[in-house]
Structures are given as C-alpha cells and as structure tokens.
Design a protein around this ligand. Structure first.
Ligand code: DX5
Ligand code: ZN
Length: 216
C-alpha cells in the first residue's frame, strides 16, 4: 500500500492536490502533525485534518510528532482520523494510549525514530494495528533514506510473526520509486511518500509505481 504524505503538498491549493490523490491509487492519506517541541519543525494541526476529511473518502492516517499525544487523540478522531500513530519516544503509558485509541474507534500505531530499537515493542506488539518505522529523523520532508531501515523492517517482521500479531509495517521518510521494491521485499506493508510524489512530473503515476513496485 501507499500513503502519500501531504507535508509536501501545495498548501496554497490543497483541494487540487487532494483531488489528484482521490483519482490516484493512494490507499491512505498521511498527515504529519508537528509541534515544534517533539520535532524541530511545526507543520499543521486539527483544521487541516478536518478540511482534508471533507475533500476525500480515503482513510486519513495521522502521524503525531507531538509531546503528550494522548491529550489530542479525541480531537483528531473528531477531525476525521481513521488511523493514528504516536511516537514511543513521546509516550510514558504506551499500553494505555493504545487502548484509548481503540476505545475511540480508530486504528492504533506506534512510531519508532531511527535510533529506537524494534525490541522495545515486544510487550505491546500484540495490541497494535500498525508500526511506523521512521527511515529519516522526523521533522522534514525530502530527507535522505537511512539504509539501516531494511534490517529494522526484517527484525520487526520477525517480532510480529513470533507474537502472532496482525500489525502492519509502515515506513516513512525518503521513500521513492527506486527503493520501494526493496522495502516491500524486506517486509514493509505501507509506504509513506511525500517529496517523491509531490515533486514528480506525474504524481498519479508515481503513486501507482511506488504502490505496485513488484514483490519478487
Ligand atoms: C517526516 C514525516 C514524513 C515526511 C516524509 O518527519 O514524518 O511523513 O512527509 O517525506 P518524504 O517522503 O519527503 O521523506
Ligand atoms: Zn510521517
């Protein structure tokens, strides 16, 4: 699957970019919420999520790069999130947060920064709908893919298998038409792509190319 990230969209005409995504094979729309505290950058918040919700029937995948994420779960669900992921590094009571998301009726994901080992998920993997592995340091679009991500995907795949978990593996940062195939091969289920999609000559075709990169 592919979840194009709106971070690289044209905010002067967001409607046009959402219409492009509606026509495309995009599975989810990825929305990067940044608070300037957990990450050095500030992006957008609730009004953009609720605006996007009105313009699409695609599932909204909200990636919270904020401190105290659990305080905002309900507001993002009301704004239209279908999937919500929060950073392990920003959360103290992780299991409680996952349960809160489930109670609110959305899919629950945990995000790991590039330096955070997959083994820290051992005791919660059974509860998760998805795990998002950051393949860049979060905060900005258009960064270079960190190659170690491949072995992290493999370790996570193994953990999911051993735990009889149904969690999907999502990868975010520096994904493009060149590395999509290898990422699927390593075990990724959902690829997030911002810059690769929105800077492409033909974004609809690029979405299809990344999404359908052959698993061999
Ligand atoms: C980075 C964000 C990503 C970002 C990916 O902090 O979490 O979702 O939009 O952008 P690209 O695909 O440009 O690396
Ligand atoms: Zn993201």
């Amino acid at each position: 699957m592919i979840a194009p990230s709106l971070l690289s969209a044209n905010f002067a005409n967001l409607e046009k970019d959402i219409q492009m995504l509606n026509k495309s094979e995009a599975d989810w729309i990825h929305l990067d919420v940044m608070d300037g505290v957990f990450v050095p950058n500030i992006s957008f918040g609730l009004p953009i999520v609720s605006t996007v919700k009105k313009l699409t029937n695609k599932s909204l995948d909200v990636h919270l790069m904020i401190v105290k994420p659990e305080n905002y779960f309900e507001a993002f669900v009301q704004a239209g999130a279908d999937y919500i992921s929060f950073h392990l590094e920003a959360s103290t009571h992780v299991r409680r947060s996952i349960q809160l998301l489930k109670k609110l009726g959305v899919k629950a994901g945990i995000v790991l920064n590039p330096h955070t080992p997959v083994s820290l998920l051992e005791d919660v993997i059974d509860e998760l709908d998805y795990v998002l592995l950051m393949s860049v340091n979060p905060g900005y679009g258009g960064q270079r893919f960190i190659e170690q991500t491949y072995s992290k995907i493999e370790k996570l795949k193994q953990l999911i298998k051993e735990s009889y978990s149904n969690a999907l593996i999502q990868v975010d940062g520096g994904v493009n038409t060149e590395n999509a195939k290898a990422l699927y091969k390593a075990g990724a289920d959902v690829l997030v792509a911002g810059n690769a999609v929105f800077s492409a000559q033909n974004p609809v075709e690029t979405i299809a190319q990344i999404r359908n990169a052959k698993r061999t």
